[in-house]
Design a protein. Structure first.
Length: 105
């Protein structure tokens, strides 16, 4: 229950992943480029991702890796990523509780 409270409260997950399907079916720009300097990768400039579609979280534990491009290998990685990107400042217990809740979806 603590994880559910965090999901719809402090962690802000429910803003883009509302029940019952845990998706709003829209695009969101996470603006992750603010965390790195663009650089060349395999002859192409790596820069902004742009908008990505909100992924439904029902059954999320059964579909790793995560994010639109598979860059997050575990639910723990995903929670840490969004903790940083959204700036919600979850502590270790809150991250654990949130992952526990997501495994039940």
């Amino acid at each position: 229950m603590r994880g559910q409270d965090l999901f719809f409260g402090k962690a802000k997950c429910g803003d883009c992943h509302p029940a019952p399907y845990y998706t709003d079916n829209t695009l969101h720009n996470l603006k992750v480029e603010r965390f790195y300097t663009p650089h060349m990768v395999n002859g192409e400039m790596a820069s902004a991702d742009g908008p990505i579609k909100t992924f439904p979280l029902r059954g999320i534990k059964d579909s790793p890796p995560y994010l639109h491009d598979g860059r997050l290998l575990t639910l723990e990685d995903t929670v840490e990523f969004f903790n940083l990107v959204a700036g919600v400042k979850l502590n270790e217990q809150e991250k654990h509780d949130l992952v526990t809740f997501m495994r039940q979806l």
